[in-house]
Design a protein around this ligand. Structure first.
Ligand SMILES: Cc1cc2nc3c(=O)[nH]c(=O)nc-3n(C[C@H](O)[C@H](O)[C@H](O)COP(=O)(O)OP(=O)(O)OC[C@H]3O[C@@H](n4cnc5c(N)ncnc54)[C@H](O)[C@@H]3O)c2cc1C
Length: 471
């Protein structure tokens, strides 16, 4: 039986997930609770929306769900804009049937009005938003909360097991795994979501000073009209919860039983879930994915997949929440600094500029293939992502340059980029979550991965052939 919204289970979960961002009280006479949707782009299994609804029911007011898209986020481009906008159209279509009032505002140019949320918040009793350590969300929330006259709370919906349970930075998957798995079955309990008791009257809806986006017409034409980087084209992956659920169902029936062996082959594009873009934008919840996997093959057979979806994904979240230096070499352990110091002056086999890397113009066809996959689709197969990141470590004048290039390429081109897993994955290439290995030039004691050896481990030629043409 799913837990009702008013249950102890939900109250306990929320007490772990809710964080006050300012010290203001609720505004007396506030007409609604505002849920400002920033990183969890869904109505289902959304802990921030659940909190907004509970608070609204307590106060006897309705909830307004607001989402905005600005041209100002880092690397704003057609790929990210199109993925968000198509999902927003689906949200707008679904909102009424689920009992929600949802508005979306597209700010096309930097000079356009940028204070819609502030104007709406001025009439709210309190503002609830998503708690997310990357993609600029935490910084935007802090700026907003400092000028908002009422209470602002941020709610974490990214993890299955509330991230607040792990107060310190974890060293490795092996330290987090037993803790997170100990809570998993409990945290996966289903909740019976319900709409707010009070509904938004047409008078209130009409009186809000908001230029709501009209989803009729060609969304890509709308994207083209925005003042953003048009050199990064939309990815072929369809956006939205329906597409995510369809992909999840196919994966669970066709690939999950052999996940452990199939996910190691980059030529087998269907061997893993390919859900990371949907998970990154919160279009589907990790809990829904985990439940579907367990229902399909049982908890024991789903274990290798759950290890990635839960342990590694939540390790990355823990890293970005607990280590403010997650985008710099400063986040790496002491042994990595020591070995980098010892090998800083080693001769590099080749030095590539950021531009050469971005154009997939290295001397290594396999690396270029991975970069082309990224340019064309917005993702790289997991195994090739490791070779992609590790190789760059050896191709720049300094380790800091390598890290900066990888973050730039991934943030700009990856559909699942700017996620905690992005920085966790990239920093893993530099030794994060790992241990020292045998000493080698340039690598020092960081685990090495050689493109030449990849041909012996899997059918690298097939992967290379697949991504051989221009991106
Ligand atoms: C250099 C580098 C960069 C990376 N950049 C990103 C990124 O930008 N965004 C991103 O989501 N992941 C990133 N990863 C982690 C991993 O490669 C991807 O999550 C995975 O390849 C996504 O494919 P999938 O959805 O088919 O994964 P599946 O194998 O089906 O796994 C299911 C889910 O588990 C999570 N997951 C899987 N592997 C990892 C991992 N190693 N660390 C953290 N979470 C994981 C993802 O959310 C994934 O969708 C990166 C890894 C490396 C080495």
């Amino acid at each position: 039986m799913p837990h009702p919204l008013a249950s102890t289970f939900v109250r306990t979960q929320l007490s772990l997930r809710v964080r006050d961002v300012n010290t203001h009280a609720e505004r007396a006479g506030g007409e609604f609770v505002l849920y400002w949707m920033q990183s969890t782009h869904r109505f289902e299994e959304n802990w921030a929306l659940r909190f907004a609804i509970r608070e609204a029911d307590r106060l006897g007011v309705p909830v307004i769900v607001h989402q905005g898209l600005d041209p100002t986020y880092e690397h704003a481009n057609d790929r990210i804009h199109a993925f968000i906008l198509h999902n927003a159209r689906e949200l707008a279509q679904r909102a009424a049937s689920l009992g929600h009032r949802y508005q979306f505002v597209l700010r096309r140019r930097r000079s356009d009005d940028r204070r819609t949320v502030d104007r709406v918040a001025a009439r709210a009793a309190l503002v609830v938003t998503d708690d997310f350590p990357t993609a600029g969300v935490a910084e935007r929330t802090a700026r907003f909360a400092s000028r908002c006259p009422c209470r602002v709370v941020a709610v974490e919906s990214h993890a299955i097991v509330p991230a607040a349970l792990f107060e310190k930075e974890e060293y490795a998957a092996r330290t987090l795994r037993p803790k997170v798995l100990g809570h998993l079955a409990h945290a996966l309990a289903a909740v019976a979501d319900a709409p707010p008791r009070a509904s938004v009257s047409d008078t209130l809806w009409g009186s809000l000073d908001v230029d709501r986006f009209d989803f009729a017409g060609d969304l890509l034409a709308q994207v083209a009209s925005c003042e953003i980087d048009h050199s990064v084209p939309p990815a072929p992956l369809p956006s939205g919860r329906r597409a995510a659920q369809a992909r999840l169902a196919t994966f669970c029936s066709a690939a999950l039983p052999e996940y452990e062996s199939r996910r190691g082959d980059p030529a087998d594009a269907d061997g893993s879930s390919r859900l990371s873009p949907y998970l990154h934008f919160g279009q589907i919840s990790a809990a829904e994915v985990a439940r579907a996997a367990i229902a399909a093959v049982g908890a024991a057979r789903a274990e290798p997949f759950l290890d990635e979806l839960v342990t590694w994904r939540e390790l990355a979240l823990n890293f970005c929440l607990r280590n403010p230096r997650f985008r710099t070499l400063g986040a790496l352990p002491e042994w990595v600094h020591r070995t980098m110091d010892a090998h800083r002056g080693d001769r590099r086999e080749a030095i590539y500029s950021r531009d050469e890397l971005e154009r997939a113009a290295t001397q290594h066809p396999l690396w270029n293939a991975a970069q082309r996959e990224l340019l064309a689709t917005g993702v790289i197969h997991n195994v090739m992502r490791m070779y992609w990141g590790k190789s760059v470590l050896t191709w720049t004048e300094s380790y800091a340059d390598a890290l900066a290039h990888l973050i730039h390429l991934n943030d700009k081109w990856a559909l699942d980029g700017r996620d905690p897993s992005s920085y966790g994955g990239i920093q893993w290439c530099f030794g994060k979550f790992d241990r020292p290995w045998g000493e080698r030039p340039v690598w020092g004691t960081i685990r090495s991965m050689s493109l030449a050896r990849a041909y012996k481990k899997f059918d690298a030629s097939a992967y290379e052939a697949r991504w051989s043409g221009p991106a």
